[in-house]
Design a protein around this ligand. Sequence first.
Ligand SMILES: *[C@@H]1O[C@H](CO)[C@@H](O)[C@H](O)[C@H]1NC(C)=O
Ligand SMILES: *[C@@H]1O[C@H](CO)[C@@H](O)[C@H](O)[C@H]1NC(C)=O
Ligand SMILES: *[C@@H]1O[C@H](CO)[C@@H](O)[C@H](O)[C@H]1NC(C)=O
Ligand SMILES: *[C@@H]1O[C@H](CO)[C@@H](O)[C@H](O)[C@H]1NC(C)=O
Length: 301
Amino acid sequence: MGILHKWWQVTWLIINVSFLFLSSSFVRGSIITDSLESLDDLLCKQAVNDVKGKFIKTAIVYEISIPSNLTGMKISAVRLRAVSFWNRGLNHSFLSLPPKVVAQPSMKRIAILYENLGKWSNLYFNVSNYTMIAPILGFIAYSSSEKELLDCQKIKIDTQGGNITIRFRNVSSHPKNVTPLCAKIGDNGTVEFSNMTKPYFCEAQSQGHYTLVIPSSSAKESSKLWWVLGFVIGLVVLILLALILVAIKIIKKRKIKEMEKVSEVEEAFDTFWIGDTKLPSASMIRTQPSLENEYHYRGGN
Ligand SMILES: *[C@@H]1O[C@H](CO)[C@@H](O)[C@H](O)[C@H]1NC(C)=O
Ligand SMILES: *[C@@H]1O[C@H](CO)[C@@H](O)[C@H](O)[C@H]1NC(C)=O
Ligand SMILES: *[C@@H]1O[C@H](CO)[C@@H](O)[C@H](O)[C@H]1NC(C)=O
Ligand SMILES: *[C@@H]1O[C@H](CO)[C@@H](O)[C@H](O)[C@H]1NC(C)=O
């Protein structure tokens, strides 16, 4: 009884833990926002709030503080005069924009917001068959004004054929014989791949979000599949085991009841008492053995 009860508890625990595990590994959480586009918006507003009240200088990079619920991301912003943008381009942090870049529509000042999603990257990028080996880096152009650093109105920038360079520094270790690919993540989750121009450098023609990936080795993927399959089978076996135990318990209970009934009846005949002790008597032969020929004999009469 006690053991059976414990079995149930253990089974329930395992079932609950497995569902927790399965749901956490298969359902991608939308903890912050469900798209990169809305994340851009969120981060831009954070930047606006963070520099509020400050005197904004041009060509100075502002490190933006991150709210505690987004710890691990890094953002910074810089405002440039369109003229200097055109003349010199921009070379800061992971990003290098070539000269002759123009904003569309044309404007006097342009702001660039740098995003490093850090440990949050996996939340926004999860393409089957690829493993991310660098954080997602993003850069977005916004219109700016004399007073503001940026105003969260996204603008387009045209490199006029020039190449944007993105440099990845925090690359996690990967097999030496596997060359990472650059991946551009579109707002709607689409991914465009390209070769690196040199180790951990990617070339781009437009603003957006970039990362480095390597193909997940098929062995790794299939072992994962087997693991999950084994887990599910194990779970089913456990549930069956629990059901069998319950069934055994029920059957035993019934048998005991039946036996009790029988013994109650038998008690009248088969037991006697000596003091407080109930003793079974030697079993009586209640049905007299009938001789085979007896019937014949009677029948013959
Ligand atoms: C982070 O916390 C702030 C309040 O401190 C809240 O306004 C904001 O919505 C939160 N952001 C996310 C993504 O949960
Ligand atoms: C950008 O700056 C880095 C040093 O901070 C330098 O090594 C690199 O050559 C520069 N790139 C361009 C395109 O100017
Ligand atoms: C991943 O690879 C498998 C075979 O290796 C293929 O069937 C599947 O379509 C691929 N998935 C994607 C999203 O490319
Ligand atoms: C990368 O370069 C190889 C040749 O070196 C080419 O076969 C492959 O298609 C390229 N991949 C992409 C995504 O451009």
